[in-house]
Design a protein around this ligand. Structure first.
Ligand SMILES: Nc1ncnc2c1ncn2[C@@H]1O[C@H](COP(=O)(O)OP(=O)(O)OP(=O)(O)O)[C@@H](O)[C@H]1O
Length: 752
């Protein structure tokens, strides 16, 4: 009986093997026969089914079993997949949200399928992403589309957690989705891990991976890849065609497929774009007014730095606008970042404050609005940020907030690149009747909360620093900023110091350079520390520990009435602005929930309003106003203005009187922080001495740009049954520094 069972099993296995071989043979033949001529690009409006392609049944079933079944190809998929199946190198460019992910996921699956890869064959494909969140997203698409294949897939996205565990599995992983730093770390540190059989390399957001932040890491990764034929696919909405970039990758006669190059615009047709001009000191008012008038929307608000996002989130949570407010930036601990990413993904309406870690590639469904509260550094960043809405066939709106100087100095002209299609953006104005001024409330909150005060100060400093470091000197200049009013608008009682501005000898480039080198020195230190720790733990047979780093309901306003083309908010006339703020407080804006009243003493305790008559009896102010003559209304308005001035005076007094106390608290906080750090270092030093100063090479975190962070990593094995962890990152590198780094490491290892 058992013999019969074994016999049946062997028979079935032989049959399925034969079927597989037949399918591969037939597909290989079709791929050659149906390959488009080199240089061929199909018409943009041609619709083709995935079933018409020479691809495996397993991939087709996977595509059809996705949450939204994929049956018909998008333009970029139709253009790229046939060339990619034929083994050609590709430079794919298409507008944001046009389906570039599947345009490389399908060829990756098919390439490994036709090469008969199994986990025993090790790495066959690597997909590089500049951010951790994007890597997670690609991983999910690959997991869904490759559901019926049996390849093993690994998500390598940086951080120290699980590195040791990952090391056990990388050699039997077929497809990596990785951030460059983490992949490099494995290539350099994991024994017996090599990629000599790699068949296909993909760079998503290729222009980002090829820029200075990642280039050095990429070059080092490439040195581990086979010299022989390797297929390379590059994708981005803002594709590079720079010859030196392509030379870095040694592309073989790449097919350039820019499917939207001949279109009238560089951005999706369904994306409505506008910009408003708002003085820097009124930006928070404009953002708050926007949120209040779009309570039923899902909105992403981009800001220039982590500190600004942290400050805005903290402040807006306290202001309770009536919609869930979230924030994502590189300084968040990884599990929090993961949680926020998935939370925002699922919410039908919410506001997400974000840095540029969320600007590229992320496919949050149903985002109605993207607000660029701080101007992006360049055209490409503008396109990627705005592209978080209006994805695939959906509509979406984007609003850019510019300061008067940024507009005057030609930011909008900068968006229109010479050799690319225009970015259609129209100017709108803020409707004065829909504006809510929150400056005083912000000041009150900052005065009452020392943490918020610290955040406001950091937000101020980091914003000015970002402007100082902007690549376009023609448009951005710190000299154009009214620093005192900006600081005041953040609720700060005095304008914080900006050391870098005083140092006139250092120009912007030097500072940028210095910032990078310092960051690298920091990284080197961390690397050495982690190297030692990992070695010690390896000795003890342990894995490295995770790095420790750390609605109120409201009615909705009438949507886009805030943004108008005629009525203009007069931000520059303080008198008018005060009038407006008062009129708003008197409920001209039709909100069910009135703005919170704040008492003259700066507290939020509920008010009771009485007016005393001549005989000294208290009367209800509401009743009084309803019967009072015109002069009396005028008088109460004047009273309100006097009250507002008085209020500001009290706030100022309170801040001054609390100054010493806050200063002492802050000192104590910093002292404790240093104490903790020293204790920790001491403890570590003790450990390291105990192991005779031996060191192990440690984490090279992916880090590009302003962001820095730590995070956990998950290695997901086999297409099913894996949990994904997002995150992001970035870095910058120079040859000199690399030499110093190598030298330092060689000293530690005793090889110098
Ligand atoms: N063939 C298809 N049929 C239907 N929907 C598709 C198809 N291909 C992709 N999509 C959907 O289009 C959306 C955008 O896809 P994707 O994230 O790949 O865009 P992208 O071009 O990579 O965008 P970005 O430039 O922002 O990275 C996704 O929600 C995806 O599910």
């Amino acid at each position: 009986m058992a013999k019969k069972k074994t016999g049946n099993y062997s028979k079935r296995k032989a049959e399925s093997k034969q079927q597989l071989e037949e399918e591969i043979a037939s597909l290989s033949k079709r791929v050659v026969e149906e390959a488009p001529a080199c240089g061929y690009a199909p018409p943009l409006n041609q619709t083709m089914a995935f079933r018409a392609l020479p691809i495996s049944e397993k991939t087709l079933q996977g595509l059809e079993a996705c949450k939204t079944p994929y049956t018909t190809m998008t333009a970029i998929q139709n253009a790229c997949i046939p060339h990619a199946l034929a083994g050609r190198d590709i430079l794919g460019a298409a507008r944001t949200g046009s389906g570039k992910t599947l345009a490389f996921v399908v060829p990756v699956l098919e390439c490994l399928f036709r090469h008969r890869f199994t986990p025993a064959d090790g790495p066959g494909a690597a997909i590089l992403s500049p951010t951790r969140e994007l890597a997670v997203q690609i991983f999910q698409v690959l997991k869904a589309a490759g559901k019926f294949h049996t390849f093993s897939v690994g998500l390598l996205i940086g951080g120290k957690k699980d590195f040791h565990e990952e090391q056990q599995h990388v050699a039997t992983t077929n497809i990596f989705i990785a951030t460059p730093g983490r992949l490099l770390q494995h290539l350099e540190q994991t024994p017996y891990f090599e990629m000599s059989e790699l068949k296909i390399l993909v760079l998503d957001e290729a222009d980002r991976i090829l820029d200075m932040g990642f280039r050095d890491q990429l070059v080092r990764i490439l040195s581990y890849l086979p010299d022989g034929p390797r297929q390379t696919l590059l994708f981005s909405a803002t594709q590079t065609t720079d010859v030196s970039d392509l030379a870095t990758l040694s592309l073989r006669k790449p097919e350039y497929l820019g499917v939207h190059d001949k279109e009238k615009t560089s951005t999706p047709d369904s994306l409505q774009q506008s910009y408003v001009v708002v003085p820097l000191e009124h930006k928070l008012n404009a953002i708050y007014s926007f949120i209040k008038t779009h309570l039923r929307c899902k909105t992403i608000i981009f800001m220039a730095s982590c500190a600004q996002v942290r400050h805005a989130w903290e402040l807006f949570c306290s202001l309770q606008p009536g919609v869930p407010v979230m924030a994502i930036h590189g300084k968040l601990v990884q599990h929090k970042r993961t949680q926020i990413y998935f939370d925002f993904l699922q919410r039908p309406r919410a506001v997400l404050f974000a840095t540029d870690i969320a600007a590229r590639g992320l496919d949050f469904p149903n985002v109605d609005w993207v607000v660029q509260a701080d101007a992006p550094e360049d055209r490409n960043m503008y396109i990627h940020r705005a592209g978080r809405t209006a994805r695939y066939r959906n509509g979406g709106k984007s609003l850019l907030i510019l300061t008067p100087k940024e507009e005057e100095k030609g930011f909008i002209e900068m968006l229109q690149a010479k050799n690319s299609a225009p970015v259609p953006i129209k100017k709108v104005s803020i409707n004065p009747t829909k504006t809510v001024v929150v400056t005083q409330r912000a000041a009150s909150l900052v005065a009452a909360n020392v943490d918020l005060q610290r955040l406001a100060k950091k937000a101020y400093q980091s914003y000015v620093s970002c402007i100082h470091l902007m690549p376009s000197k023609e448009v951005f200049s710190v000299q154009d900023l009214n620093l005192d009013s900006f600081s005041e608008s953040l609720g700060l009682s005095s304008t914080p110091d900006l050391k870098f501005l005083k140092d006139k000898t250092q120009d912007r480039e030097e500072r940028r350079e210095k910032k990078n080198v310092n960051r690298k020195l920091q990284r080197l230190k961390e690397q050495i520390k982690a190297e030692k720790l990992a070695k010690r733990l390896a000795k003890e047979g342990k894995t490295a520990p995770e790095t420790e780093r750390g609605v109120d309901s409201d009615s909705e306003e009438s949507g886009d009435e805030l943004l108008v083309s005629k009525k203009e908010q007069n931000w520059t006339d303080p008198e008018k602005l005060n009038d407006q703020s008062i009129s708003v407080k008197l409920s001209e804006v039709n909100q069910e929930r009135k703005p919170k009243r704040i008492r003259i003493d700066g507290t939020n305790a509920p008010n009771k309003h009485f007016k005393f008559n001549e005989s000294g009896e208290a009367e209800d102010i509401k009743g009084l106003i309803s019967v009072a003559p015109e002069e009396s209304i005028q008088k109460s308005k004047e009273d309100l203005e006097t009250a507002a001035t008085e209020y500001m005076r009290k706030i100022r007094e309170r801040v001054v009187s609390n100054f010493e106390k806050d200063k002492a608290e802050e000192k104590e906080r910093i002292r404790n922080k240093h104490k903790k750090r020293k204790l920790k270092e001491k403890a570590e030093k003790g450990d390291l001495v105990a192991e005779n100063g031996m060191a192990t090479l440690a984490t090279l975190d992916d880090d590009a740009s302003v962001e820095s962070d730590d995070s956990e990593t998950k290695l997901a094995r086999a297409m099913s049954n894996t949990d994904a962890q997002p995150s992001s990152d970035s870095s910058d590198d120079e040859g000199d520094f690399r030499a110093q780094e190598d030298f330092a490491l060689s000293i530690i290892r005793g090889s110098a």
